[in-house]
Design a binder for this molecule. Sequence first.
Ligand SMILES: Cc1cc2nc3c(=O)[nH]c(=O)nc-3n(C[C@H](O)[C@H](O)[C@H](O)COP(=O)(O)OP(=O)(O)OC[C@H]3O[C@@H](n4cnc5c(N)ncnc54)[C@H](O)[C@@H]3O)c2cc1C
Length: 353
Amino acid sequence: MLDCLIIGSGHSGVTCAGLLAQRGWNYALVDSGGRIGDVWRRRPPGLQLFTSRRFCRVLDEPMPGDQDGYPTVGEFGDYLEQVAGHYGIAPLFGMQVIRLARTPDGSFDVHFADGTRMNAATVIDATGANGNAYVPAFAADLDPSVRQVTCDAFRSHDDFAPRQAVAVIGDGASGRQVAAEMAAAGHIVSLARGRARKLAPQRVLGKDIFYWLVKSRLLFAEKRSALGRAIRTRDPIPVAHLSDGRLAGKGIRVTPRAVAAQGNALFFADGSRMRYDAVIWCCGYEPVLDWIHLPAIRFPGDLLLGGGVTAEPGFYVVGRKWLTCRASELIVGAARDAKHVVDHLCRWRASVD
Ligand SMILES: Cc1cc2nc3c(=O)[nH]c(=O)nc-3n(C[C@H](O)[C@H](O)[C@H](O)COP(=O)(O)OP(=O)(O)OC[C@H]3O[C@@H](n4cnc5c(N)ncnc54)[C@H](O)[C@@H]3O)c2cc1C
């Protein structure tokens, strides 16, 4: 039986694997994909991370290049793979977990899509916060002639016929970037708002905003503290360079929230409607949890209650939004959360052995 099974070889899983290896644990790291870093390589080529290289460090291995510059998604994927190689971390690929349950003896029984199974004393869920791009149910009411694309499937404006009427739904970082790219390529673009969020500049006093957020510890404010709650409510995103005003200057019409669809038209919260050739859904992501069959985990929220230590003894989670603080979902927060989980896991295992 394995001491620990880590599911998911993104930066969170690789960080946990590094920590467990240092402590001499008999662990395995599995991933449904075929290569470390593919989550990043699947994103539009050339897309840059919003955190500078200094804040993309995994397992204390500095990312090569200008520390104040922003890596591309492909560059980060390759770097992550190299770090894992450097630490001798070798995931088992093509291993999609489809069911996680308890055995009668209290260990974990893990079922894979290829029919194989593993048995582990403890499990870390590092499958990430972004398994599914969220699409509202009313998308099904759009006519099939309207092309629909989710933000994770969007690659380039080149994939669309010229001068299309395009609705980008969701005004987070991805939605604003996609809208700007589509407008620059000559499409007639509108951007529908989601919930109100504060837009922060990407650089302050010549430095990456994350430099100041880390230095001031704002990024690590505990989620239940007054500061943590305030940050969570405002939920700032570093895209002030793509403010509503700037987008309007690029010819993009910013609309209220999209609430319904019929035929070729979308309906908005102010009662207006517009016809479109294509809709790009940038409404955020949700984790995939249907493989978890554990008595203490009944709702997705159950995973977020203990800062990565769940109510199911021996089952842990890393790399989710607001596990402990704003940084939990970010590369810069992985080391802290992973150490918290691995420390707890080692103590718990020692107490039951
Ligand atoms: C568009 C976008 C841009 C982002 N940009 C930044 C940025 O600039 N800076 C930053 O710090 N953060 C950024 N983030 C946030 C953050 O880095 C991601 O959420 C990150 O991918 C989470 O890392 P992870 O290791 O937890 O999960 P992931 O990187 O998502 O890795 C999860 C792994 O689990 C595997 N997996 C999933 N389900 C299963 C299963 N059932 N069985 C086996 N394997 C499975 C997947 O194949 C994958 O390899 C961004 C997120 C998004 C969506």
